[in-house]
Write a protein of this length. Structure first.
Length: 180
C-alpha cells in the first residue's frame, strides 16, 4: 500500500493520541478499506490552492464546498473538548471528506465485525468515509493537523453518536456491505 497506513487497534484505554497497534502489528490494506467504503487519494498539498488534480476530483464528485480547519491548541477554540468530542464514536448523514494539508492524525473506522481500524493520515492524504460508517478522529501526540473539509453542497457537520443503528443511512450502509 502506498502513502497511507492502517492497522487493527488494540483495546487499551491508554491515551487516544498513541498509535494503539496490536503486537504483532495487524495491517489493513487499501483494498480492505475500500471494501468498507473508505477511499483514498495522494495529492501534492504544497499546491492545494491551484491543483488541477484536486480540482478534477472536486468536479467529478461534486465537492462544491470547502473550508480549512486547523486543529492545534492555539488555533482551535475549546481545543481539549473538541479533541474529546471528535473521538466519540459517531456517524454522519453524508460522506466525511478530508484533505490533510499539514500535520498528521488518525481516523478510526469500524470494520464489518465492529473492530476498530486506525488510519494514519498526513500531508497530502485525501480520505473519504462513507455516510453511515461508525468512526472517530484524533490528533496524535504532535497535536497538529491542518485539513481541508469538503462537502457536496451546503455542509452539515452534525454528528450522531452511537447508538444510531435505526437511522436509514446506517441501515443503507450496513446493507451496502452485504455480499462483499
Ligand atoms: C480533520 S477534521 C475534524 C474531525 C471531524 O470533522 C470529524 O467529523 C471527525 O469524525
Ligand atoms: Fe465524523
Amino acid at each position: 500500500m502506498s502513502g497511507i497506513e492502517a492497522w487493527y487497534m488494540d483495546e487499551s484505554e491508554e491515551d487516544q493520541k498513541l498509535p494503539h497497534r496490536l503486537n504483532p502489528n495487524q495491517p489493513v490494506s487499501l483494498k480492505q478499506l475500500e471494501e468498507i467504503g473508505v477511499y483514498y487519494w495522494k495529492l501534492n498539498a504544497d499546491i492545494y490552492e491551484n491543483d488541477p488534480e484536486l480540482q478534477k476530483i472536486r468536479e467529478e464528485r461534486g465537492y462544491s464546498y470547502m473550508d480549512i480547519i486547523t486543529i492545534h491548541p492555539d488555533r482551535l477554540p475549546d481545543y481539549e473538548n473538541k479533541v474529546k468530542m471528535f473521538y466519540e464514536e459517531h456517524l454522519h448523514l453524508d460522506d466525511e471528506i478530508r484533505y490533510i494539508l499539514d500535520g498528521q492524525s488518525y481516523f478510526d473506522v469500524k470494520d464489518k465485525n465492529d473492530r476498530w481500524i486506525r488510519i494514519a493520515v498526513s500531508k497530502g492524504d485525501l480520505i473519504t468515509l462513507p455516510a453511515g460508517i461508525y468512526h472517530r478522529f484524533t490528533v496524535d501526540e504532535s497535536n497538529y493537523t491542518k485539513a481541508m473539509r469538503l462537502f457536496v453542497g451546503e455542509p452539515v457537520w452534525k454528528a450522531y453518536n452511537r447508538p444510531a443503528d435505526d437511522f436509514d443511512i446506517r441501515k443503507a450502509y450496513v446493507n451496502s456491505l452485504k455480499g462483499s
